[in-house]
Design a protein around this ligand. Structure first.
Ligand code: ZN
Length: 364
């Protein structure tokens, strides 16, 4: 067990599964006797199995715990930041002077994840049903002419989409006799392109509606159609959601963050490695989700006011966590405000800032 104290005085006890005292499986939670405040007649420690976060309900204890094996990325990140803090404060005289270190804070501040709220049963069922259909959704995309036409018109090769795990939910898939239950649960996911998401809490999904889309209909017109009252939402997500990217542990040491799922597909289509590009898809940036090997983050957000504002805010957040950060500017033009729009109209040359930003991180 390791106790980590944040500068705000908050303590997190990182524990190993075998340190839990007579744990009892209660479904979503595990209850255990609290080994932190000692003997007690009740299993006052309650830990969410999916997130690894737990809390002791004993009024005098109130400990916050994280079971390391149940949430490896967050535990690794917290431990990494903790040891970084220790070495830079405990051993200052052994460190050779390094010109850049003057600009870095000597103690890196671990950030705490807020404890997730309980997830409603219908959302859990929705997530599990999508997970069970993962392969069939990808197969359906490989079969659907309509979904493929849509990708084609956004200049995304089918191969790129399939390799990134993108799928599709056609009505025909759910109308089969044996799919009655799934049809009920996944009604709102019909006629959507499905993108797999990753977070420390496992796999989630985001779905983009193709409702009433027809070949030749451009993105602006389709978007306006979906914004009319009574239309399905353009994007829906599972709970938990996450980022569209590879599993967190597989990320490279330099990663690039983009806003949208189609921006990520665009950069993959242009030849960038899947393990380098992460799309936030509206999920907040939580620096503590990044595994310890990630050292540099390049922000390549949209060129509109929202994207610029987010870029400044995220750059501060990333720098405060002790990571290198670089901003890759996207200048909004008449051709569009995101990488996918530019790519559709101008091709690979529109991505020059992306390639330049990544090569700068290599030479720095
Ligand atoms: Zn306790």
């Amino acid at each position: 067990m390791i106790t980590i104290t944040t500068p705000q005085g908050k303590q997190v006890e990182i524990v190993l599964e075998h340190e839990l005292c007579q744990p009892m499986d209660m479904g979503e939670h595990v209850r255990a006797y609290c080994h932190l405040h000692g003997s007690d007649h009740q299993r006052s420690l309650s830990i969410n199995k999916m997130t690894g976060w737990g809390h002791c309900f004993n009024a005098a204890c109130q400990a916050t715990v994280l079971v390391a094996e149940w949430n490896r990325p967050v535990a690794q990140r917290l431990l990494h930041l903790y040891y970084q803090g220790l070495t830079s404060t405990a051993l200052p005289s052994y460190q050779p002077p390094h010109p850049q270190s003057w600009h870095k804070p000597s103690i890196v501040q671990p950030l705490l994840l807020p404890l997730p709220k309980a997830i409603p049963a219908w959302q859990q069922e929705e997530l599990h049903t999508l997970q069970a259909l993962d392969r069939q959704m990808r197969w359906a995309l490989a079969q659907s002419r309509r979904a493929q036409m849509y990708l084609h018109e956004r200049s995304i090769p089918l191969k790129t989409a399939l390799e990134a795990g993108v799928g599709y939910v056609p009505l025909a898939l759910l109308e089969r006799q044996e799919m009655r239950k799934e049809h009920e649960v996944l009604r709102r996911w019909v006629d959507r392109l499905i993108f797999p998401l990753n977070s420390p809490f496992g796999r989630g999904y985001i779905g983009r509606s193709l409702w009433h889309w027809k070949p030749g209909m451009n993105e602006t017109i389709h978007k306006a159609l979906l914004e009319r009252p009574g239309s399905p939402k353009r994007w829906i997500k599972t709970n938990p959601a996450g980022w569209f990217g590879v599993e967190l542990e597989q990320l490279l040491d330099t990663i690039m963050l983009v806003e949208g799922a189609f921006d990520r597909l665009t950069l993959l289509a242009a030849g960038l490695p899947a393990s380098q590009i992460v799309a936030l898809v509206g999920t907040a940036l939580q620096v503590e989700w990044l595994p310890a090997q990630v050292k540099t983050v390049v922000l390549a957000l949209d060129g509109d006011d929202g994207g610029k504002e987010a870029s400044g805010r995220l750059a501060d957040q990333i720098a405060q966590a002790g990571l290198r950060v670089q901003v890759c500017p996207l200048r909004q033009t008449t051709w569009g405000k995101d990488w996918n729009e530019l790519w559709q109209h101008l091709g690979k040359q529109s991505l020059t800032p992306v390639f330049e930003a990544l090569s700068e991180t290599r030479s720095a």
